[in-house]
Design a protein around this ligand. Structure first.
Ligand code: FEO
Length: 394
């Protein structure tokens, strides 16, 4: 057995990106990532499942060389995004006989994105199978995890689900399988919050679609493989089906301290009332940590000072991100302070249009907080705690 071997004839041939620290020029990757690609050899045909980010295509090529792959019949493309599909052209240069197998929608996207010729494709319908001889794939269309063209590939004889981004985590590690479930849970939850959460309803449908398959290994295209799939399937079920927790997400930015005084007071008041608070200083916060907190939070309290008569840009950025990630938030409000005038409340509330939530009266004050302002924050804490209790958030 070599270090790439998953089972005889099935090898992990992708690349570990130990040093990458940013994805999409937006998402911090504290633990790097991997672009997993898999070679599956049957008695008659050989297939590669997904490729790697073009920056590390030489690792994929080297792995295929080490395994002495002389002929490639299929490149299965589960997803057209560049970190999985971007090396298809270079692989086709090396194996010009290979056909790219993907959904009809993915074919159109690959032609648009990579300018591949129409003749290199075979398209596969939902539940269609493809034989390699003694092994066969079943392709399961899984739209919107997280692009419209996505599918997953099930290898029947070996009960392996090649899930691409679905169930993935940005985590570089040398071991093939999950070693530390706590670490992987956090990485996978970060990944879910950043990438999958906006498509929670589609993910429910796709989980439903997978429920009758016998799956012994889930092999995503980022992070470690799951040889105990229940771990990640249960985590996904809780993230997409559960009600939010008794949790307030409180991102804040303060210039001269008055907004921070309000934050400190409100956090104490919420804690006294038994509400869990996740507080983030937006001048240094990791957006991935905010995404993780959003998965479970029932209420957003966005705290912002006023700059140039509006919300601080960091608060506007946070509101934009929260709105784009479409979390399961139920309530939102704004607290903060201004010097001579502010349109922060209208600006921030106008940025949360994707979210079906109840807006709670803001506490937005002039200057440093006075006694009556702290009383208003107590009232706000009462209101949040009561709403959480009424909805049974735990
Ligand atoms: Fe890992 Fe959607 O790409």
């Amino acid at each position: 057995m070599n270090k790439l071997d998953i089972k005889p004839g099935i090898d992990a041939v992708g690349a570990i990106d130990w040093d990458r620290r940013l994805f999409d020029s937006l998402i911090p990757l504290p633990d790097g990532t991997s672009y997993n690609s898999f070679l599956v050899r049957g008695s008659e045909k050989t297939a590669l499942i997904d490729t790697v980010d073009p920056a590390l295509d030489y690792i994929l090529i080297d792995n295929l060389d080490r395994l002495k792959v002389e002929q490639l019949d299929y490149i299965i493309c589960n997803h057209a995004e560049q970190d999985h599909a971007g090396s298809i052209p270079v692989i086709l240069d090396l194996y010009p006989e290979a056909k790219v197998a993907c959904t009809p929608k993915c074919k159109g996207m690959l032609i648009d994105l990579l300018h591949l010729d129409e003749s290199v494709f075979i398209t596969v319908n939902d539940k269609e199978t493809l034989s390699l001889g003694n092994r066969a794939f079943e392709f399961i269309h899984a739209p919107w995890v997280h692009w419209p063209e996505t599918m997953v590939t099930y290898l029947r004889e070996d009960k392996i689900l090649f899930s691409c981004d679905f169930f993935g985590s940005h985590l570089a590690q040398s071991a093939l399988y999950v070693q530390d479930e706590g670490q992987v849970y956090e990485s996978a939850k970060r990944y879910f919050g950043e990438i999958m959460m906006p498509f929670r309803v589609n993910i429910q449908k796709n989980l439903e679609k997978l429920k009758d398959y016998q799956i012994e290994i889930i092999a995503p295209s980022h992070g470690p493989l799951y040889d105990k799939p229940k771990f990640i399937l249960d985590a996904y079920k809780s993230w997409v089906y559960d009600e939010p927790g008794n949790v307030v997400l409180l991102p804040y930015v303060s210039m001269h301290g008055s907004t921070k005084d309000m934050v400190n007071y409100l956090v104490e008041a919420l804690m006294e009332r038994g509400v869990d608070v996740k507080q983030f200083d937006l001048t240094v916060a990791d957006p991935g940590k905010i995404a993780i907190a959003l998965v479970d939070s029932a209420t957003l309290v966005l705290a912002t000072c006023t700059v140039l008569s509006g919300a601080h840009p960091l608060a506007a950025n946070a509101a934009f991100l929260v709105n784009a990630l479409r979390p399961n938030l139920k309530f939102a409000t704004i607290i903060g302070s201004f010097g001579w005038g502010s349109r922060a409340i209208e600006q921030i509330t106008g940025m949360l249009t994707n979210l079906k939530l109840e807006l709670i009266d803001p506490v937005y004050i002039k200057g440093n907080p006075r006694e009556e302002d702290f009383k208003a924050l107590d009232k706000l804490a009462d209101s949040i705690a009561q709403k959480h209790r009424e909805h049974g958030y735990k």
